[in-house]
Design a protein around this ligand. Sequence first.
Ligand code: DAH
Length: 339
Amino acid sequence: MEEEIKKIKDISISEIKNCSSKKELEELKVKYLGKKGELTLVLRGMGKLSPEERPVIGSLVNKVRDELNNLFVNKEKELNKEELQKRLKTENIDVTEPSKKIVLGSLHPITQIIKEVEEIFLGMGYEIADGPEVEKAIYNFDKLNTPPDHPARDIQDTFYVNDDIVLRSQTSPVQARVMEEKKPPIKIICPGAVYRSDSVDATHSPVFHQIEGLVVDKNISMTDLKGTLEMFAKKCLGENTKIRFRPHHFPFTEPSAEADVSCFVCGGKGCKVCKGEGWIELLGCGMVHPNVLKNCGIDPDVYSGFAFGFGVERIAMAKFGIEDMRLLFENDVRFLKQF
Ligand code: DAH
């Protein structure tokens, strides 16, 4: 029997040594030390032995079992270590590998100009107002003192949804909406999209953006308008910018004017941007017509106001040196990411 035990011991030791996986090791453990394992079976067969032999064989089996147990524990440690090394080798992270580039977008030039203008006017105590782009003709025209036979109302110029509803052709209807809703003092600007039945070319688009301004209070005069626009022009286009008024006509203002700014590229000498003029046409403006105040429930004998409106594309094009308006609407990222 001793022989048999020795044989089991030798074979199992070599098997454990050669074992290369934890699964295999577990199987060997069952094979030798499990309930039906080879060593356990030897113990069970001890009944056949003489009383003198039993303790000798018993202690021998126990010794071998302890030895094997130790071997199993050590082999398991060894295999765990190997496994870890293998994983470290295959699953390592190369911290020097360049990461994927995150492509950040940028604000569209039109949005940039609108935000910049908003900041300037917010700084002067204005609020930002909003109005519908699909607008009642009464707000786009009638309340703004624009009679039914005015050429701007022609279907050649304005998109009609039906007889009474248009795509607003200007941001000026927001003036009327705000005046109806609020009592003076009123100080607002309103940026937004407007629509006109124009064909697309380098300087025209059927949709473009305007920013409208309106101030209504007691004792508002033309000097307030001029001072405000001068301040705005200096902040937006540069400290040396000058401003000049030319007489004009708008139905909703009296008197009305167009305001030009000295060319902020050449300083007034004449260049490509100002087409040799030294001046760039900036906006339309004037003192709010008494009829408009009346139409919106404000007493023109008590209050007066000024208003102005300008195109955002024109400013963006002049400021960023963009020569073709279509580029602003094509949304080619290669173009847009330059700004
Ligand atoms: N609404 C005018 C346009 O689209 C611009 C304008 C001119 C707005 C004079 C005004 C203003 O508020 O007072 O051409």
